[in-house]
Write a protein of this length. Structure first.
Length: 575
């Protein structure tokens, strides 16, 4: 084996207590800062995000994107976007374009450094030839099933392939013929010759190339053999001059193989560093399972707002800033854990509370008639766009005799601590007037269809000149100018915190939440929402955060709920 690369470390270095006390660093920052002190990598920081274009990205990938691009930005380095397109049977240009869009939306800037593993296929082939010439790789005729059967057990070594000792000349000839397409799929592989007795299964003569007569989305029919991930990954990093190859913990046991390939070739050697992947309650993070949800029509495509995909979260109204805040809150760790979905939802609320414009929307409308308000009078009232940001200013909202209010804001026989409309009680109409409930009108089935009130003209703007207080404030929409809309109330996709848990007694699809989507077709919105545009977020007062859906039309508005408000009713009751 070649001499160890002086740039390579098999252990993750730690800072001293004195260094750690001066600044709170996660362990990857500690590694980078120690490398800077020793001059390793010439004080460079160069990271990458290497997705496989075989599906849409999800929030777990978002964590990796934010971490990798964030490290490059924090230390004045470079960030690459590189597609690991080594398996053409599962890859598609659609996925390539969606990934580029998602990475860009998250704010990760790869500049002119967009690469593909397929760009390096010729160089990888030449590297494989080098290993064959060194006697470190051989062509094997065992099938995939036979290779798995001869790998051994944790306590027993594997069985060497009958073709392990082929001559260099024969291996070179067979490998060239594999490339030329002479042999059928699965009939031969190129394997590294390492150690069939290694306690690390990844070193038991792993497969480097397999035969696959499948057109490639960028290379066409040029190749009949394709590199395996473990062979390609380290070479891609090396070719691009990556310094810190940051990946998730499941690749920790692959690191010795990553190192072995680069050492045997004697090429530039990045350092692989593993961190804990993101696991989130009430969802699944497997692209295979997410694809099954799409193909099984359990959801409406990859960008369904219930999906944990980045495009689904964007459609639901999440912002890049909220995802970066979420990643900051959960931190970077070495040990896997599961994050409660409420942590993500709270990050979204914290971000949207600062930037979402406030609007009034009534999702379950009944009419409120102000009996003593003039029939022909119409006025405009001033409403605050965002109390968290004075720069957002105010807007005008129309007001007249007949309004819409939430059905839940009226109760004919109310308990003592009910602070909304009930006969004889006075409440504040948001930004408008104090009104006192008189009675209600019911239909033939006994359902309330109208609530009747009187208003106090002296309380315009929602303030009383005599200083009297009311305990309830409710929102409303003027009936004569209300905008009709469909509202989609999205909830968690699964009703179990861990859908993959075998103790649930079935498949993960058995845990799907039947109430994950509720559609309201008769919502009434204030007229300002008629001019909403995609990617604009709103807080529907006392209801939640919403964004316009991509299916929305000018005459048929559709809004998605991003996330509900926390304790919204109790907070309003205290105002």
């Amino acid at each position: 084996m070649a001499a160890p690369d002086p740039n390579k470390s098999t252990d993750n270095p730690e800072t001293t207590p004195e260094e750690a006390s001066t600044r709170s660093l996660h362990f990857i920052e500690q590694i980078i800062e120690n490398d800077a002190k020793t001059g390793r990598f010439g004080n460079r920081v160069h990271t990458r995000f290497p997705p496989e274009p075989n599906g849409y990205l999800h929030i777990g990938h978002a964590k990796s994107i934010i971490l990798n691009s964030g490290m490059a930005q924090e230390y004045g380095g470079l960030f690459n976007l590189r597609f690991d397109d080594t398996n053409p049977s599962k890859e598609d240009v659609e996925y390539v374009e969606s990934i580029k869009e998602d990475v860009k939306w998250l704010g990760a800037d790869w500049g002119d450094r967009l690469f593909f593993a397929s760009d390096y296929f010729e160089q990888m082939y030449e590297y494989a030839v080098q290993l064959i010439k060194k006697g470190k790789a051989y062509v094997c005729d065992l099938s995939g099933e036979e290779i798995r059967a001869t790998r051994g057990t944790p306590t027993e070594p594997g069985t060497p392939s009958p073709w392990r000792d082929r001559s260099v000349e024969e291996n070179l000839d067979l490998f060239q013929r594999m490339r030329d397409g002479e042999f059928p799929d699965g009939s031969k592989t190129l394997r590294a010759k390492i150690d069939m007795a290694s306690p690390n299964f990844n070193l038991r003569d792993p497969v480097m190339y397999r035969i696959l007569h499948t057109p490639h989305h960028r290379q066409g029919n040029k190749w009949n053999i394709y590199p395996m991930y473990d062979w390609a990954h380290g070479l891609e990093d090396s070719i691009e001059g990556i310094t810190h190859s940051i990946c998730t913990l499941e690749f920790e046991h692959h690191r010795p193989l990553y190192d072995w390939f680069l050492d045997e070739l004697g090429v530039y050697h990045p350092q692989q560093i593993e961190f804990a992947r993101l696991n989130l309650t009430y969802t699944v993070m497997s692209k295979r399972k997410l694809l099954a949800l799409v193909n099984g029509k359990y959801v409406d495509g990859w960008d369904d707002p219930r999906m944990p995909t980045i495009c689904g979260l964007r459609r639901r109204g999440y912002t890049p800033e909220s995802l970066r805040l979420f990643c900051k809150v959960i931190g970077v760790a070495k040990f896997n854990s599961t994050i409660d979905a409420t942590v993500l939802e709270n990050a979204v609320r914290e971000d949207l509370n600062k930037k979402a414009l406030r609007r009034m929307a009534v999702l379950d409308p009944i009419k409120l008639v102000i009996d003593n308000y003039p029939e022909d009078k119409k006025e405009t009232l001033v409403a605050i766009n965002n109390p968290e940001n004075e720069a957002d200013g105010t807007r005008e909202v129309p007001f007249s005799k007949v309004l819409y209010i939430e059905r839940g804001d009226f109760m004919e026989d109310a308990p003592k601590k009910y602070f909304r409309l009930t006969p004889g009680k006075e409440v504040r109409l948001r930004y408008a007037y104090y009104v006192t409930c008189k009675n209600c009108v019911k239909d033939a089935d006994g359902n309330v269809v109208e609530v009747h009130c009187d208003y106090d003209p002296a309380t315009r703007g929602g303030q009383s000149p005599d200083g009297r207080k009311v305990q309830g404030t409710i929102h409303w929409v003027d009936a004569s100018s209300a905008v009709d809309a469909e509202i989609r109330l999205y909830d968690r996709l699964f009703n179990e915190p861990n859908p993959d848990d075998p103790q649930n007694g079935g498949e993960y699809t058995d845990c799907l939440n039947p109430d994950s989507l509720k559609i309201i077709s008769n919502a009434k919105l204030e007229p300002a929402l008629a001019n909403a545009v995609l990617d604009e977020r709103f807080q529907f007062e006392r209801v939640g955060y919403f964004t316009l859906d991509k299916t929305s039309q000018k005459d048929a508005l559709v809004f998605n709920r991003t996330v509900s408000l926390r304790d919204s009713w109790s907070k309003m009751a205290q105002k």
